[in-house]
Design a protein around this ligand. Structure first.
Ligand code: ADP
Ligand code: MG
Length: 348
């Protein structure tokens, strides 16, 4: 045992995930000329001559990130890849390779892992990335999956979280809140099943949101679309933790403020109707839900004509001077401060 020289014991919940990362990594200095961007973005950016590489990694833990009682292993494999590719696309890069590491217990037969890998394989084929390595080890506490994704982006084309300027437009892709409401439906069905194991859930009213939860798609198409439209966002991040948390990341790293308009936030009709059914406010879900894997970006006003009317891109607000702060402008035209209540694994 290494002797514990520091008897102080600070509970991790006191910091939360983001402060913990900051605390643990604040002393790391960049020494390599090839490191263009280190810790603090969706992916690191490394430069080798004309080539720039992006690298990102994510860890999924059974019981924390997924519940195998309603997540099919094939979907889990697919989603594990998407979570990582999403971070590559958030850098405006093209994903090229992944490595896959797993820790498994004896509880899993070979056939279960084959299912997991069928999902990984489908995702890799569809998104055109090679599976180039990984690691396999045993676990005493369920399944753990760690995927690293590698991508490439031409020098100068990378988009960081830190480039937003006052007056830039805040733009979101697709619609949000679906993955969270899909999870609510699945959790409810799980409870019903516990009481009555013979019950067959009827999910036909919830197909879109359940699919958003179980089988999200990373927005590879958006990186291609932006290129086609000749738009380079000034900043970008993927929506893994919920809109409010990602907006705060962009604002803090870009040193700007924001006004987000509640009535502009794109919601699918199924999200709205399911929110009504569950008696949850749909804006709260959009702001704090997470796992949508859409992209949130800022673009210069000059580029507005290029994106105007595009069904994939919705302007939901604009950036302001930092001193103005971060606000949601409600339907009643009230301004309320945006705070991060995002998904916080450490507080769950
Ligand atoms: P994302 O939600 O996009 O995956 P995270 O919030 O997980 O991003 O991470 C933010 C940044 O902190 C990233 O640059 C990531 O590589 C880095 N990071 C996260 N955890 C650690 C860690 N334990 N040690 C070093 N860097 C970390
Ligand atoms: Mg990210």
């Amino acid at each position: 045992m290494i002797e514990d020289k520091n008897p102080k014991r600070t509970p991790l919940s006191e910091l939360g995930e983001f402060k913990l990362i900051e605390h643990l990594t604040e002393h790391f200095k960049i020494e390599q000329k090839s490191t263009i961007k280190g810790i603090g973005d969706d992916a690191a950016v490394l430069s080798y001559g004309k080539k720039q590489i992006v690298v990102t990694t994510d860890l999924l833990v059974e019981g924390v990130h997924f519940d195998l009682s309603y997540v099919p292993l094939k979907h889990l494999g697919y989603k594990a890849v998407m979570v990582n590719l999403s971070d590559v696309y958030a850098m405006n890069a093209k994903a090229t390779q992944i490595t896959v590491s797993i820790a498994v217990s004896n509880r899993f037969p070979l056939e279960a892992l084959e299912e997991l890998y069928a999902g990984i394989s489908t995702a890799a084929k569809l998104y055109n990335v090679d599976v180039v390595g990984g690691d396999t080890t045993s676990s005493t506490s369920g399944l753990i999956i760690s995927i690293t994704a590698i991508g490439e982006v031409e020098k100068g084309n990378e988009v960081l979280r830190s480039g937003a300027k006052p007056n830039d437009l805040l733009v979101v892709t697709g619609d949000i809140g679906g993955a969270y409401m899909g999870l609510q439906v699945l959790e409810r069905e799980k409870e019903v099943f516990k009481v009555n194991p013979n019950s067959q859930p009827d999910l036909s009213m919830y197909t879109y949101i359940v699919e958003r939860q179980l089988k999200p798609e990373a927005r590879k198409d958006i990186v291609e679309l932006l290129k086609q439209l000749d738009v380079k966002p000034t900043s970008m991040i993927d929506i893994s933790d919920g809109l409010s948390s990602e907006v705060i990341h962009l604002c803090k790293q870009s040193k700007v403020g924001v006004d987000v308009y509640e009535n502009k936030i794109p919601l699918d009709p199924q999200v709205i109707s399911t929110c009504e059914e569950f008696n949850i406010d749909s804006t709260t879900v959009a702001l704090n839900g997470g796992e949508d894997y859409e992209l949130l970006m800022t673009i210069s006003q000059e580029d507005f004509p290029k994106i105007k009317g595009n069904p994939n891109l919705t302007v939901i607000g604009y950036m302001t001077e930092e001193e103005r702060g971060m606000h949601l402008v409600t339907r009643a035209e009230e301004k309320i401060p945006i705070i991060a209540k995002g998904w916080n694994a450490l507080n769950d």
